[in-house]
Design a protein around this ligand. Structure first.
Ligand SMILES: Nc1ncnc2c1ncn2[C@@H]1O[C@H](COP(=O)(O)OP(=O)(O)OP(=O)(O)O)[C@@H](O)[C@H]1O
Ligand SMILES: [Mg+2]
Length: 180
């Protein structure tokens, strides 16, 4: 059996309604693998998709975002971490993309001031520290949670989770060779 598929689980969502929560867990053995997963996912994004990047400080959120953004740029360019600017905006092959770091955000007013709510309906949004969004979190988002690998080898593990049906086929189609 294909090991990739074995990691895919389906179970009922804890939220009310008919949404089904899907998850897939992958091992990312290097920063390059993290970037390659970003690249693989970036190729099927379009506005107004939102990708939420959860994980502790230094878990690889920006590395993932760099691969994702690179897959969508017309021309290669530097992709700085938005840690200080909070938002970097890119014109991409499929439309505008916002790369956002909410680490220093404390209130929903501040989120409002960033113009993020509008961006959720017009642009691809890739968000680090999305827990700051609280009730503003888009329900159709794809969520990634990056953690240290349990092998204690300095690598990472990532769990993808989503309810929107449109993510299912492309996410299950990402082969393990794509992220070596
Ligand atoms: N799969 C991986 N295995 C080992 N190291 C990795 C992996 N992915 C990323 N890294 C490393 O983790 C470090 C932190 O990466 P990155 O800046 O992307 O984290 P971050 O989650 O954005 O941090 P912050 O919370 O400060 O925004 C970098 O040195 C990067 O090389
Ligand atoms: Mg970061």
């Amino acid at each position: 059996m294909d090991g990739t598929r074995r990691l895919y689980k389906r179970y009922p969502s804890s939220r009310a309604g008919h949404d089904t929560m899907n998850t897939r867990t992958l091992h990312l053995r290097s920063e390059r693998a993290t970037q390659r997963l970003g690249h693989a996912i970036g190729t099927f994004l379009r506005p107004p998709d939102t990708v939420l990047l959860q994980g502790e400080l230094g878990s690889g959120k920006t590395s993932f975002a760099r691969g994702l953004i690179r897959s969508l740029l017309y021309h290669p360019e530097d992709i700085p971490s938005p840690t200080f600017n909070l938002i970097q905006i890119y014109e991409t092959l499929t439309g505008e993309l916002w790369h956002i770091d909410l680490y220093r955000i404390r209130t929903s007013n501040e989120i409002d001031e960033l113009g993020l709510i509008d961006a959720f309906s017009t642009s691809i949004c890739v968000i680090e520290w999305p827990d700051r969004l609280g009730s503003l979190t888009p329900q159709s988002a794809l969520t990634l949670e990056l953690t240290s690998s349990t092998d204690n080898d300095g690598a990472r593990e990532v769990t993808l989770s989503w309810t929107a049906e449109r993510w299912t086929r492309p996410l299950l189609n990402i082969g393990k060779d794509a992220i070596l």
